[in-house]
Every structure is written in structure tokens, then in C-alpha cells.
Design a protein around this ligand. Structure first.
Ligand SMILES: [Zn+2]
Length: 279
């Protein structure tokens, strides 16, 4: 966990950019000219929202997070949010989400459906290349709690394999990033136990935009910002295949910036740099 909140926002953006090109230990001694060049290369806007800090999540410490499903959540401070997107990747819509995030220089986490990853491996690699974290969300989004445990775990594994194949060219049931979210948040004690034994953190959410319901992007923005003001912080669940969310996102990110919220990027505990987690 790194605390960069004491720095003014332009510095935060610079630090976020530098994480991608230098080990953290080098940041304090980086000359200003280098910082400026790196910032310009990584983020085209000086007034972007930016990622305020990177939070390393160790599944041993945080096996299950998200207050909608579990008693524990991530150690976020007042005003800090983690952006998560489920059910993609979906060409066209996910691209809009990626553009909105890139415009504001923020990183998110995408919990992917394996079948979609298998259909669009180029999208999986694009999301990784942009520095976002990639989590897993089953093979085809079934009701895992209605299935025999072995079949449910096989579905989870097939989803992991599809994403791993897209990322690395070889199927593996060992996830590069040990983050999983149950479709519909429908876990079972047996599956939670198996994932914990495998060192995979299970993500719920602290609140969401209800973007599976029919509404306009403006209505979604109002709903989401209202919930944000109530919670003040947390893991936010969104869906990148939802066009209304893709259309709402630029305004939501501007809202975060204008109301002094901070975006926290979650990565596995062992990963130290953006470079590490994108290769
Ligand atoms: Zn889902």
C-alpha cells in the first residue's frame, strides 16, 4: 500500500505515470525534467483525475471484500474509490470505457467473462496493455450457487483459462491476478473455501450503479453520485458492456475530480510496477 494522498493532484498524476517507467525507489530522486517528460507521455491532460495510489491486495489478508456480500472491505480512506467493471470485454462499448479512463488517466479492474475473453482476446490484451487489472468472473456467467460445487469450480477454472490464454497464449487455471467475482454475487461456503485455499480473493462490491436496469446515462449518473455521497468511499461495481455506463463514465470521472474523490488502483500484493502486471 502506498500513500500519495498528501501530494497535490498534479504530483499524483506524475507519480502514477512514473510508476510505469521506474521502480518506486527511484521516484524520489527522479529529476524534474524527467518527471515532466514522463507525465506528458503518459497523460495528455494536466488536469486529469489521475490514479491517486496503488493498493496492493493480499488475498491472505483480504480473502473476501465488499460490504454488499461480506463483513470486510478494502482499507479505503474517506473519498477513495475503486472502479470495477464486470461482464466484458465487449468491443465497441468496452472501448468507450477504456477511452474515458485513459482521458482521465485512471486505472480500473475488469472482471471478465471467460467466453467474452475467448471471443475477443485482443480486447483482453488491450486492457492489460493500458495498465488495468484483470480479474475473473466465470466462463459464461451462470448461477454458480445452483450447480454442484465441482461443476461450479470447473466453470470458474474455464473462465480463468480463457483469460490466461488471451493474456499469455497458454491455458492455466492459475490466475495472473488472483481476483474473482461471483456472477450475481452468488457464492457458496464451499466455493468460497476452495478459492481461499487457492489464494484467490473474492470481490463483492460496496455499492453499484444498478446499470443493469434501463435508465438514461443522466439518470445513472444521478443515482451513482447520490450513492457515492452516501458511502463516501468504496468498491464501485459497473458493467463495461452497458452502453449507458460507457456514456455516463466521462461525466462521472469529472464528478470525482470536481468533488475531490480519489481513484485507487488495486493490484495483487506481489506486483510492484505497472510493467510487472502488464507482462
Ligand atoms: Zn456479472
Amino acid at each position: 500500500m502506498r500513500n500519495m494522498l498528501s501530494a497535490p493532484r498534479p504530483i499524483l498524476n506524475i507519480v502514477a505515470a512514473l510508476i510505469s517507467i521506474a521502480p518506486l525507489a527511484l521516484i524520489p530522486i527522479a529529476p524534474l525534467a524527467l518527471i515532466g517528460a514522463a507525465h506528458a507521455a503518459e497523460c495528455s491532460r494536466n488536469d486529469a483525475l489521475g490514479t491517486s495510489r496503488v493498493l496492493e491486495v493480499d488475498p491472505a489478508t483480504y480473502p473476501r471484500v465488499g460490504l454488499k456480500s461480506f463483513p470486510q472491505t478494502l482499507p479505503l480512506r474517506d473519498g477513495e474509490v475503486v472502479l470495477t467493471f464486470d461482464d466484458g470485454p465487449t468491443p465497441g462499448v468496452t472501448d468507450k470505457v477504456l477511452t474515458a479512463l485513459a482521458t482521465e488517466c485512471v486505472q480500473a479492474t475488469f472482471f471478465m467473462v471467460g467466453r467474452n475473453a475467448a471471443d475477443h482476446p485482443d480486447m483482453v490484451r488491450k486492457i492489460a496493455r493500458l495498465g488495468h487489472s484483470i480479474g475473473y468472473h466465470s466462463w459464461d456467467h451462470p448461477h454458480l450457487n445452483k450447480m454442484p460445487t465441482d461443476l461450479a469450480e470447473a466453470n470458474i477454472n474455464r473462465g480463468i483459462e480463457a483469460v490466461q490464454t488471451a493474456l499469455r497464449g497458454t491455458a492455466s487455471t492459475v490466475p495472473s491476478t488472483p481476483f474473482f467475482r461471483f456472477p450475481y454475487f452468488e457464492s457458496t461456503p464451499a466455493l468460497l473455501d476452495r478459492l481461499e485455499k487457492r489464494g484467490i480473493a473474492v470481490f463483492g462490491a460496496d455499492f453499484w450503479a444498478s446499470d443493469w436496469n434501463k435508465m438514461t446515462p443522466e439518470e445513472e449518473l444521478k443515482l451513482l453520485t447520490g450513492r457515492l455521497e452516501g458511502h463516501r468511499k468504496g468498491i464501485i461495481l459497473l458493467h463495461d458492456p452497458q452502453m449507458r455506463t460507457a456514456q455516463m463514465l466521462p461525466a462521472f470521472l469529472r464528478y470525482l475530480r470536481e468533488h475531490n474523490y480519489h481513484v485507487v488502483h488495486i493490484v495483487p500484493a506481489a506486483m510492484k510496477t505497472v510493467s510487472d502486471r502488464t507482462h
